[in-house]
Design a binder for this molecule. Structure first.
Ligand code: UTP
Length: 296
């Protein structure tokens, strides 16, 4: 029996939905998946995988599109390149062998059409039997304790669905799923409703859901009963909202900085912030910025 298909309540599985169109990054996403765009020398998806590994996750499910299989290849062994680097005695050999995920822990499911985040998660149904994590790689979170680890710790105590939330500016609230809550205890919010991309004046709070979730396997049943929602897509927010009748949902205000790398400026901000906080690049980045700020 698959060691993950048991009833233990430990979170050992993560789903990465990576089958979206990446329209906001066109034209580069005509050919390169958004999740493979680099922040410094690592693609976005590698930050997401590292976060999951640091949180004790062992099994990685990628919901990919028919055109995007290179995303899983990135985590597979590349014997040809390894041999070439070895022949050259290259210092880079370790870098490429360090990010390999063992084949038995790497699952790829194809979402034929980008029918929405909810539909992407539903595509993982054959591999889900216990609670699991979801990480959207284009939301990059920099934090001392990995964001998904913080959420797993909350899950251990509360044993319910958890969505990561952050305060966002009123003007931006209609880009997000937004929670309404009954009460809160510090950074734990007891959710009573969720609305996907509400008009600014209809938003029930300024607390937006970002791309980290801990979900019970019952969400798959909720998703299979859903009709299309906002934007003609199957929305994960709607399924979580519907689950509130039978299960508790917590909005967890995580510790850390989140960068929305799904758009060009958010990704640029992540590049700059991560480079400036990296001893190797800091001085050079500051020099480049200063040079460009000096007017003739
Ligand atoms: P986004 O809406 O941010 O990504 O979805 P997108 O659709 O690729 O971007 P735009 O709006 O066209 O620019 C969040 C995550 O969910 C995945 C995306 O790949 C991204 O990682 N996703 C979205 C799917 O896997 N399938 C879908 O049908 C939709």
């Amino acid at each position: 029996m698959d060691k993950y298909l048991d009833s233990s309540n430990e979170i050992k599985t993560v789903v990465f939905p990576v089958a979206g169109l990446g329209s906001r990054f066109l034209p580069v996403t005509k050919l390169v998946a958004k999740e493979l765009l680099p922040i410094l020398n690592k693609p976005l998806i590698e930050y997401a995988v590292s976060e999951a590994i640091k949180a004790g996750i062992e099994r990685f499910i990628f919901i990919s599109s028919p055109d995007k299989q290179s995303i899983t290849n990135y985590f597979r062994k590349n014997n040809k390149l390894e041999n070439e680097l070895r022949d050259k005695n290259s210092e880079y050999l370790d870098i490429i062998s360090n990010n390999v995920i063992p084949e038995e822990n790497l699952i790829e499911v194809i979402q034929d059409k980008p029918m929405g985040l909810g539909h992407a998660i539903w595509c993982a149904k054959d591999y889900i039997s216990g609670p699991f994590a979801v990480i959207l790689p284009d939301d990059l979170v920099v934090s001392d304790v990995p964001c998904i680890k913080q959420m797993i710790d909350v899950y251990k105590k509360h044993k319910c669905n958890i969505v990561a939330i952050q305060e966002v500016d009123k003007n931006n609230i209609s880009k997000y799923g937004v929670i309404d809550f009954l009460k809160n205890n510090q950074n734990i919010y007891h959710v009573r409703d969720m609305i996907e991309k509400p008009d600014q004046e209809k938003a029930p709070s300024n607390l937006a859901v970002i791309g980290r979730y801990i979900l019970s396997p019952n969400i798959i049943k909720e998703l299979s009963m859903l009709k299309t929602g906002f934007g003609g897509e199957i929305q994960l927010t709607d399924a979580i909202k519907n689950s509130i009748i039978s299960e508790n949902v917590i909005g967890y205000k995580f510790e850390g900085n989140r960068f929305d790398c799904g758009n060009v400026m958010g990704a640029l901000e992540a590049q700059l912030s991560i480079a400036i906080n990296n001893d190797k690049y800091k001085d050079q980045v500051i020099e480049i910025i200063n040079k460009n700020l000096i007017k003739d």
